[in-house]
Design a protein around this ligand. Structure first.
Ligand code: PMP
Length: 283
């Protein structure tokens, strides 16, 4: 069952208004929430980011947090998500449908849509790591907004895939920002380095969890930009996201990072994260 514009709809029965601005312009916002063992992880943080994205694109949300809570929990129930299940919840809100003009039509009603999908954790990949490709960050200058307009992200991910890598590491004139659908961390001398949470990156929920866990466990974290030479000479690299969790990157452009193996700091963070999601952080 999907939730589409206020109604519960069977798979395959959902329809899109041809003049929905999400469809025409990518004019809308979204969240992807992790479900571990039937429970949502960091739901409150996702909601807070959703409301922020809405504000930043001048979209007034007609739903309270309680109403969105209710929709999410019904979605899990109606799809029989149980304690056995790892899954993801996708929630998007488009500006709504109106005759096609660029400026924002007045009185337009936002359209909500949500679905849930079974998704296993990438356990094997987290042990062996991914390879990455450096790609020019061709996206716009408001990467902090989780917008439906993802063409830049689609293209940079595809450039990496075409080069035989699993993820792209993006740079603006040589300064590393993040990855196509994840945040990036470098490890140097047992400390973490990552781009500050400004307009050039998405303020990842997993990124923040990792920063908090690192600090609580005595691993220094520097939120400051770094360049390509620093990246290539890092002891370890890893990316973070809701679905990829904490994923080691063992090479960039075919060149091994450190000794080309999954490093000890990333392994420690993975273990801390595992503990963290198995404790009381789920709602
Ligand atoms: N950066 C970008 C560009 C993303 O699309 C995402 C989400 N897939 C992330 C970072 C990671 O964010 P989160 O940890 O909240 O999933």
């Amino acid at each position: 069952m999907l939730y589409v514009d206020g109604k519960w709809v069977e798979e395959g029965q959902a329809a899109v208004n041809p003049e929905d601005r999400g469809y025409n312009f990518g004019d809308g916002i979204y969240e992807v929430v992790r479900i571990y063992k039937g429970k949502m992880y960091q739901w409150d943080a996702h909601l807070t980011r959703l409301y922020r994205s809405a504000r930043e694109i001048k979209l007034e949300l007609p739903w309270s947090m309680e109403e969105l809570n209710e929709i999410a929990s019904q979605l899990l129930q109606k799809n029989n998500i149980s304690e056995e299940d790892d899954a993801t919840l996708y929630l998007q809100i488009s500006r709504g449908a109106a005759p096609r003009v660029h400026d924002i039509p007045s009185g337009i009603q936002p359209v909500i849509m949500a679905f849930v999908r079974h998704k296993a954790r990438p356990v094997a990949d987290m042990k062996k790591g991914w390879t990455a490709q450096l790609v020019d960050d061709i996206r716009w200058l408001r990467c902090d907004i989780k917008t439906l307009n993802l063409l830049g992200a689609v293209l940079v991910k595809q450039y990496a895939k075409d080069a035989g890598a699993q993820e792209s590491i993006l740079h603006r004139n040589g300064t590393i920002t993040e990855c196509s659908s994840s945040n990036l961390f470098a490890v140097k001398n047992e400390a973490l380095y990552t781009h500050p949470a400004d307009h050039l990156i998405l303020h990842g929920i997993t990124r923040q969890s990792v920063i908090d866990l690192a600090k609580e466990n005595g691993i220094p974290v520097h939120e400051k930009p770094f360049d390509i030479p620093f990246l290539m000479q890092a002891d370890e690299l890893f990316l973070t996201s809701t679905t990829a969790e904490i994923m080691p990157l063992i090479s960039v452009d075919g060149q091994p990072i450190g000794d080309g193996q999954v490093g000890t700091v990333v392994q420690k963070l993975q273990a801390l994260f595992e503990q963290h999601i198995n404790t009381n952080v789920l709602v």
